[in-house]
Design a protein around this ligand. Structure first.
Ligand code: SF4
Length: 505
């Protein structure tokens, strides 16, 4: 294996982008010309940091591994070749090249002519619930897992091509939600550092397999899934998109040709465009990839309009299929407006309201005045407003906690009195390192809210989700007041729905 300067390679990340939509490949390669929203998304950056920590922990589980991550691609290829001469070897980030394909594998273990390939992801896996295929069709990949499995399939494909004669067993290394940390401050052993704009993980000195406790990552053998992908035996069910139906090897070949010829491949143009990272209004000279794609189908004056997929909760695919792309082109008879809602507008009425406002270029807010007053009539003063700040991290901060367990570390509490005055009455924050704050959090919340029977408003459904999770955490705890805390949370979560008392968990 060798790499050539100035030669273009379809890397793992370019394959993944191109696999989502072939046109994205061109926009991704020409970063200097097209704005990419993903690059400025703080949520994605935080997720990436979690991923780096998981990657560093995975390496700890392979203490014999030789790390090539600091090598340039060219040097990594040379080192990989050299290390593979050994009978038994574990390598972090070895590089494989085959023609114009190039992959750097997270962790590779070679024993004779047998290779185990580990792709490390910060995604959680719950063996009791998670599955890669639909229960009713074990050839159809669940959409949640598709991108991970195709990513591994590409790596296996390149690895096998560059090492013919070797057997390759692929694994996804995932965060095991069924485990818990058996050591204190596991997360704090993997410090996130910003090294001149590049995220790096500083592993605290002395961290090794014995200091990280029981494994919180799990290796899932995905040989069957990867085999089905490479052999084109995956059932695409309802997917009618031409690109999705293309055989795996043909996709690789088309993406490679697109890359080598600097060609704009055919855009997929479907509902997925709604959230495309190239849908933006960039300041010149940057361009919008979305506008470029859709201007191939419609007048350039229309590309900044709202599309059918911008209508709330709307099944837009059939409209796109028949060339009806724009929300302003929707008609009243596209919606079922005859059914009556129990509580305000039905879904179709709301969708049509949105579409008709777009048609009429009307920006005013719709308020269901009578519904609002009906609702206000049952409120009791003082009104309480609560808002939680929480965190979920892959690697637990404290002993006994599970990966991605809910951590509630701050709330604010405002009240509105009957005379219209507003008070910021309470807040709680716990930023103490190594302390699991949830039980004190709920004690403080109880103290803040139990003084009267005023109506409580939460910022979002999230507040209820957090409290439901704290109930479970309390049930497994040895807190002496856990029964009274659980009872109080349950009472808080009960609300009247359609005249019936309903519990929300
Ligand atoms: S707008 Fe649609 S077709 Fe264009 S790159 Fe994005 S996903 Fe692909």
């Amino acid at each position: 294996m060798s790499t050539e300067t100035n030669k273009k390679y379809l890397t793992k990340s370019l394959f993944n982008v191109g696999h989502e939509c072939p046109r994205k490949l061109f926009y991704q390669v020409h970063k200097d010309l097209y704005q990419n929203n993903k690059l400025e998304n703080p949520f994605l950056s935080a997720l990436a940091e979690g991923g780096f920590q998981v990657g560093a922990l995975a390496k700890i589980y392979h203490p014999e591994g030789i790390d090539l991550s600091d090598f340039s691609t060219k040097d990594s290829v040379v080192q990989t070749d050299e290390l593979l001469k050994q009978d038994n070897v574990t390598i972090f980030e070895p590089t494989f090249v085959y023609e114009n394909l190039l992959v750097r594998i997270d962790i590779l273990r070679k024993v004779g002519s047998h290779i185990e390939l580990f792709e490390v992801k910060a995604k959680s896996f719950d063996s009791r619930k998670d599955q890669f295929f639909y229960k009713r069709n074990n050839l159809c990949i669940m959409s949640d897992w598709g991108k991970y499995l195709y990513d591994v399939a590409f790596q296996v494909y390149v690895c096998k091509k560059s090492l013919p004669g070797f057997t390759v067993i692929p694994f996804l290394t995932l965060v095991n939600k069924n485990t818990f940390s058996t050591v204190e401050a596991l997360n704090q052993k993997f410090l996130i550092k910003n090294d001149y704009g590049r995220t790096r993980i500083l592993v605290v000195s002395g961290t090794n397999q014995s200091t990280v406790g029981d494994k919180v990552l799990t290796n899932i053998d995905v040989s069957r899934e990867v085999g089905l992908i490479i052999e084109n035996k995956v059932d695409l069910m309802k997917k009618t998109n031409e690109w999705d139906r293309l055989p795996f090897e043909s996709k690789i070949s088309q993406l490679t040709q697109g890359l080598l010829n600097d060609q704009k491949l055919t855009p997929r143009l479907d509902g997925k465009c709604k959230k495309c990272e190239f849908r933006c209004n960039p300041a010149p000279p940057l361009k919008s990839g979305f506008n470029e794609c859709w201007s191939e189908k419609m007048s350039v004056n229309n590309v900044n309009e709202q599309f059918v997929f911008d209508i709330w909760n709307f099944r837009s695919e059939s409209f796109i299929k028949f060339g009806r792309f724009l929300a302003k082109e929707l008609r009243e008879d596209d919606f079922d407006l005859n059914s009556v809602g129990d509580n305000g507008l039905t879904q179709h009425q709301r969708q049509w309201l949105q579409a008709s406002k777009i048609k009429e270029k009307e920006n005013s807010k719709y308020i269901d005045i009578s519904g609002l007053f009906k609702e206000i009539a049952i409120w009791k003063y003082p009104l309480h407003f609560i808002d939680f700040e929480t965190s979920r991290v892959a690697i637990p901060f404290t002993i006994g906690r599970r990966p991605y367990e809910q951590i509630a570390f701050q709330f604010s509490h405002h009240i509105v009195n009957k005379d219209g005055t507003i008070e910021h009455v309470d807040e709680y924050i716990n930023a103490e390192s190594g302390v699991f704050p949830n039980f004190d959090f709920v004690r403080s919340l109880k103290k803040a809210l139990e003084l009267d029977s005023g109506t409580i408003f939460r910022f979002h459904n999230h507040e209820n989700t957090v409290l439901c999770e704290i109930i479970k955490q309390l049930e497994f705890s040895s807190e002496t007041d856990k029964d009274s805390l659980i009872d109080w949370i349950k009472k808080l979560l009960i609300r009247k729905m359609n005249g019936k008392v309903s519990e929300q968990w």
